[in-house]
Each structure stands twice: as structure tokens, then as C-alpha cells.
Design a protein around this ligand. Structure first.
Ligand code: B12
Length: 216
């Protein structure tokens, strides 16, 4: 059975129930891993939303986004299962998007990547006032602040967020990712990012370096 094709068809027909059923089936039966399902199917399906040429693109985009969110949330019990089998790490990761950034599905996916690999995550999400991110960092003392930026025009908001955090908490390591950086890698250093990750393989390599650390 071509699960990828069936999922994409269901997604494009706005068939939420079918999308959820397929997602659960492929994970239950170990047909795909969650990272593979996210990166190779769900992400690519979301990118293909651009391929719309009628006057109904916006409402359809919202419906599809909502289906993607439901699918991700429905897979969370499987994330817990994998997490409980992994060796827990000591490191904490806070995840946030800068002010005015409403794209958060990528951040939700990587929240699950970190969790699968044994990190403790604190997901704050979209459009977060920079002082609130700073407060979260000061209270929870994470090793990493993971920032997702999709819209290129919001890189300066990410820069303000990073400056705000780094000026008050020097030990933080800023991981950045998202569409805004993909074709614009020079901006990472300019805005104060320390590490750029893109694929689940990149996260595995990060974990290799973290697994032997004893304290946060
Ligand atoms: C869904 C979507 C929306 C949804 C978002 C809903 C939500 N809750 O997330 C809604 C409808 C809200 C939306 C709004 C808008 N959108 Co929009 N949207 C998209 C769309 C179709 C898909 C984005 C997505 O979810 N991708 C899937 C995720 C999983 O991919 P990803 O983010 O790249 O994440 C992966 C990696 O990058 C990485 N990653 C991501 N974050 C991080 C962070 C770290 C730390 C790490 C390590 C890795 C990492 O891991 C993920 C898994 O591999 C894209 C189309 C496209 N081609 O990208 C347009 C797109 C991003 N949107 C766009 C625009 C213009 C807008 C609006 C301005 C439209 C408008 N006029 O109102 C608003 C902006 C709102 C705002 N201020 O943010 C443009 C952006 C252009 C630009 N300037 O850069 C795009 C590209 C469409 C286009 N072709 O023009 N959008």
C-alpha cells in the first residue's frame, strides 16, 4: 500500500479523519518512523500548499494546517512511548518563535525530535514577547534556546530576542532553524545564532555530543 500517496490524497481532500487514521497506522505498524513521517510526508505536504491558484487558497491553507496540527497531536502518545525507552538527558531545551511569527508546525515537529532523543523540552510556541522568553530561560535554565523563524522579514525580531536573552543569561546556546535560514545561512551569525540544525540526522549528532554531559 502506498501510504504516502494515500495520505497526500486525504490531506488534499481535507479528510482529517483519514489523515489521522493513516498517521496512526504507519506508526503503529512501524512502516515509518515519526521523524521520517514528519520530514518526508507531512512537511512536504505542507510545503505543497503553495501550489494553489484559485481564490480559495487562504481558507484551504488554514484547514490543511489545522489537519497537520491534529495529526501531530494524535502522535504524541507514541512520542511518550519512545521517550520512555530512551536514555534521558540532563539538558533542557526551550522552544519559541519570535514576536509576529505565527508559523509553528516546524517548531512542533522539532519539539518531538528533541523529546524522542531524551531532552526535556519546554515548548512556548509562536509570537512570544521577548521578555517572556527571557523569563522562561531565567526560570528553567536551559542549555539550549531553539528558535524557529519562517518569515525572512522576522529575522530582526529573532535577533532582538537573542540579544535580550544573551545579555541576561550568558550560558545559553542558541539553536536556530526554519525556512528563513535555509537559503540565507549568513544571517545565522548576524542575528546571534550559535547552531543551525535542519534534519533529524542533525539532531542525532547534537545528541552524540550531549549524552556524556553530567550536569545542565
Ligand atoms: C502553514 C503556513 C501558514 C500558516 C501557519 C500555521 C501554523 N500554526 O504554523 C498560517 C496560515 C498562519 C500562515 C500565515 C502566514 N504566512 Co504562511 N505558510 C504556511 C506554509 C503553507 C507551510 C509552512 C509549514 O508549516 N511548513 C512545514 C514545516 C514543518 O516546515 P518548516 O517550518 O520548514 O520546519 C522544518 C525545518 O525547517 C526545521 N525547523 C523549523 N523550525 C526550526 C527551528 C529549529 C531551532 C530547528 C533546529 C529546526 C527547525 O524542522 C522542521 C521539520 O523538518 C508555507 C509554505 C512554504 N512553502 O513554506 C507558507 C509561508 C511560509 N507563509 C508565508 C506568508 C507570506 C505568510 C503570511 C504573511 C500570509 C499573510 N499575508 O498573512 C502569514 C504570516 C503570519 C506571520 N506573521 O507569521 C510565506 C513566507 C514568505 C517569507 N516572507 O518568507 C510562505 C513561504 C508562503 C509563500 N510561498 O509565500 N502561513
Amino acid at each position: 500500500m502506498d501510504y504516502k500517496k494515500i495520505f497526500i490524497e486525504a490531506f488534499n481532500q481535507h479528510n482529517k479523519d483519514k489523515c489521522v487514521e493513516i498517521a496512526i497506522e504507519v506508526i503503529e505498524k512501524n512502516i515509518f518512523t515519526i521523524p521520517y513521517f514528519y520530514e518526508e510526508i507531512l512537511k512536504k505536504t505542507l510545503y505543497s500548499i503553495d501550489d494553489c491558484h484559485d481564490g480559495d487558497c487562504i481558507w484551504k491553507e488554514h484547514v490543511k494546517t489545522s489537519i497537520a496540527r491534529t495529526v501531530i497531536e494524535c502522535l504524541y502518545p507514541y512520542i511518550i512511548k519512545i521517550k520512555n525507552q530512551a536514555t534521558p538527558l540532563k539538558q533542557i531545551v526551550v522552544l519559541a518563535c519570535p514576536e509576529k511569527e505565527y508559523h509553528e508546525i516546524g517548531l512542533k515537529m522539532i519539539d518531538d525530535f528533541f523529546t524522542i532523543l531524551g531532552y526535556k523540552t519546554i515548548f512556548i510556541g509562536t509570537n512570544t514577547p521577548k521578555n517572556q522568553v527571557l523569563n522562561a530561560v531565567l526560570r528553567t535554565k536551559p542549555k539550549y534556546l531553539a528558535i524557529s523563524v519562517t518569515d525572512y522579514y522576522l529575522l530582526f525580531e529573532a535577533q532582538k530576542m537573542i540579544q535580550n536573552v544573551k545579555s541576561a543569561y550568558k550560558d545559553i546556546i542558541i539553536i536556530v532553524g526554519g525556512r528563513a535560514f535555509k537559503y540565507n545561512l549568513d544571517s545565522i551569525k548576524e542575528i546571534g545564532g550559535d547552531i543551525y540544525l535542519e534534519t533529524f540526522e542533525d539532531f542525532i549528532k547534537l545528541r552524540e555530543g550531549d549524552k556524556n554531559e553530567i550536569s545542565v
